[in-house]
Ligand binder design. Sequence first.
Ligand SMILES: NC(=O)c1ccc[n+]([C@@H]2O[C@H](COP(=O)([O-])OP(=O)(O)OC[C@H]3O[C@@H](n4cnc5c(N)ncnc54)[C@H](OP(=O)(O)O)[C@@H]3O)[C@@H](O)[C@H]2O)c1
Length: 293
Amino acid sequence: MSLDKIGIIGTGMLGKAVATRLLKSGYQLTVYNRTREKADKLKTLGASVADSPKDVAKSSDFVITIVKDAFAVEAVSFGKDGIADGKHDGLVVADMSTTNPVSTREIAKKYAEKGISMLDIPVMGGPAQAENGELVIMVGGNKSVYENHKKIFDTIGSKTFYLGENGSGHAMKLAMNLQISILALSLSESITLVRGAGLDPETFLEILNSTYFKTGMSVNKGPKMIKGDFKPTFTLKMMKKDLDTINQAAEKFNLSLPMTTLANKLYQDAIENGFGELDYTGILEFVKKTSMK
Ligand SMILES: NC(=O)c1ccc[n+]([C@@H]2O[C@H](COP(=O)([O-])OP(=O)(O)OC[C@H]3O[C@@H](n4cnc5c(N)ncnc54)[C@H](OP(=O)(O)O)[C@@H]3O)[C@@H](O)[C@H]2O)c1
């Protein structure tokens, strides 16, 4: 089996960066994106652009889906000219989108019925980490399929965790995004409080980042938040999609998560106030707007 022929379906912000990393690492890559222009941009780096997910599958051994949600994964997998229509011996599909683990299990089952192996491989880190091969990858699915493709994971990630059956990767990823969404909110409220007290938010960050309560977010995103730089690497509306997904998964596990439920409402309100296309840390703009009495 060749590990060198890879396909990517979905060349949005994350997909484009993963594709760039793989191309620069010498892999033969075929890409597809629903809006073709985004895939065409990868031609200069040597990618072949296919007309359908089916054509990507036909010319690849390992196909990575990086699309919005489980609905989109279903569409590119089993819709007209979907991945399953391009089935051939040894084809493996790996879903890097952030989706509901329950849907993942159903999708993996459908693939298995067609004789195709599927892994869930959600990631922590954004486009910059993907381009540098520094993603942290959480894998669910058949262990030997994972082990046979370790070389690919080592190219795009700095650390990979094998977690168990299909859906395990996505369940763990949702717990990670719960952290991110609430950290962005708490940082936003602290910055707003400090500003309200007439203090410099840069000093707030300097103090926070001198303690063990600092986070990657307070170190890397905090200074940009203070400057009002909300150029998206992961949009606020995509974070709201993940909060919906976390709540749906929690319901399936018979759980109710109070902070996530509240965060979901706040991100929804932020979208209704026109902040959905900002980076998710733009939740600060919404907090600023609603904090005024
Ligand atoms: N950006 C990050 O830092 C990051 C990190 C970890 C995980 N993720 C996850 O990665 C996935 C992609 O995120 P992104 O930030 O790259 O978002 P993005 O730039 O908005 O890209 C979304 C991609 O999904 C495709 N898509 C949406 N609905 C579709 C459908 N019904 N059928 C086919 N394709 C569809 C889009 O195609 P069009 O171009 O045609 O709209 C586009 O390629 C999401 O699940 C996200 O949660 C992102």
